[in-house]
Design a protein around this ligand. Structure first.
Ligand SMILES: Nc1ncnc2c1ncn2[C@@H]1O[C@H](COP(=O)(O)OP(=O)(O)OP(=O)(O)O)[C@@H](O)[C@H]1O
Ligand SMILES: [Mg+2]
Length: 345
């Protein structure tokens, strides 16, 4: 039935919803704004994001997801209810929803997310590991008995996984991704130039001139902030080298984590990855030269997936197209009663 199955990529930076038969129907920042006097939600998604850093005291703007996991359940549920209602406007039945989460979440977190998603409007819900969906969305032939490696660099987490025969053989999730890089740029500009900039400005710097290796051609961007000491408005020029130096430590950590996963991967699978290469997905993978940085660290050919930001959502979409295969792999939709009943057992 058209539109009855939907996939949700519940990310730290953004929520992307895929609807069967329609494709990607929603992309919104994972941000919620509350009126502090009434305690009621007053904006969600893009509208709330625009308030970040500019909100008055009467409005509290929060990111309910942190480090790839739900840090504020009520806010996440309210945000998801709003998004689900938006995409299922005329639906008579509640949709079945597959949600993606980082591969390292605990069993308790899984149950809580499932419970939350059914409370947010799903008829039945099922969870899928983010790197698995990313690999499907990146076009890997999963059912093949050959290993492939996908590295999904998001806002809060980097998920690294080796996939064979439709499931994850080895995986690791590190809490180092785009957001920490933004914070590092804020610190670097304050330290080196005595100017305080906001995180949104830092993210813009990263996207426009950031580079994952020492840049050969120097780029520069002039941004606005305030003097650290006097608090007065200031404009400052930031170069791609400044940006690289700020982020270097984190790029190194991601590279080390990829190596760490390869070290514990069985030799046959490492051999496969050596010939098929590593695929990068997620918004963080769009950082200039990121594939080169990983390739230099591992010596394995690394490429950026097509449309990396949407790989996870597209992957869930493709999986939704073959529900029998999903059930065979153990991805079974459950109702709220089945989920909460399971908790009590
Ligand atoms: N062109 C770009 N260059 C560098 N970084 C980028 C670019 N575009 C987006 N990003 C970064 O990608 C990150 C968001 O990626 P994505 O949407 O995949 O995250 P997410 O799925 O919400 O997070 P997570 O998977 O960690 O929960 C942000 O940190 C953002 O700054
Ligand atoms: Mg993600």
């Amino acid at each position: 039935m058209l539109g009855r199955n939907i996939g949700v990529d519940l990310g730290t930076a953004s929520v992307i919803i895929y609807m069967e038969g329609r494709g990607i129907v929603l992309t919104e920042p994972s941000v919620v704004a509350y009126n502090t006097k009434t305690g009621r939600m007053c904006a969600v998604g893009k509208k709330a994001y625009d308030m970040l850093g500019r909100n008055p005291d009467s409005i509290r703007v929060i990111r309910p997801m942190k480090d790839g996991v739900v840090s504020d359940f009520t806010a996440t549920r309210q945000m998801l209810s709003r998004f689900i209602a938006k995409v299922c406007r005329n639906a008579i039945f509640k949709p079945n929803i597959i949600v993606c989460m980082p591969s390292s979440v605990t069993n308790l977190e899984r149950r809580t997310i499932l419970d939350m998603i059914t409370a947010a409007g799903a008829g039945k819900a099922c969870l899928m590991e983010e790197p698995l969906a990313a690999a499907i969305g990146a076009g890997s032939d999963l059912m093949h008995a050959k290993g492939s490696m996908v590295v999904d660099i998001g806002g809060g987490t980097t998920d690294i996984a080796v996939i064979t025969m439709g499931s994850i053989a080895v995986s690791k999730s590190v809490k180092v991704a785009g957001n920490l890089m933004d914070e590092a740029i804020v610190r670097q500009v304050r330290r080196e130039k005595d100017v305080v900039i906001g995180e949104r400005t830092a993210e813009e710097i990263k996207k426009q001139i950031g580079c994952a290796v020492l840049p050969e051609a120097e780029l520069a961007l002039t941004v606005k902030g305030k003097r650290y000491i006097s608090g007065m408005p200031a404009t400052v020029e930031v170069t791609s080298t400044d940006c690289y130096l700020a982020m270097r430590e984190y790029i190194e950590t991601i590279g080390e984590a990829v190596r760490g996963v390869l070290e514990i991967t069985p030799p046959e699978l490492v051999g496969d990855i050596g010939s098929s290469g590593i695929v990068l997905t997620g918004g963080g993978a769009l950082l200039r030269e990121m594939a080169n940085a990983i390739q230099n660290k591992t010596g394995i050919k690394t490429r950026l997936a097509t449309d990396p930001v949407n790989c996870v959502a597209k992957g869930i979409g493709l999986a939704l197209g073959d529900l029998d295969m999903l059930a065979e792999q153990g991805y079974i939709f459950k109702t709220r009663e089945e989920i909460t009943g399971y908790v009590e057992n």
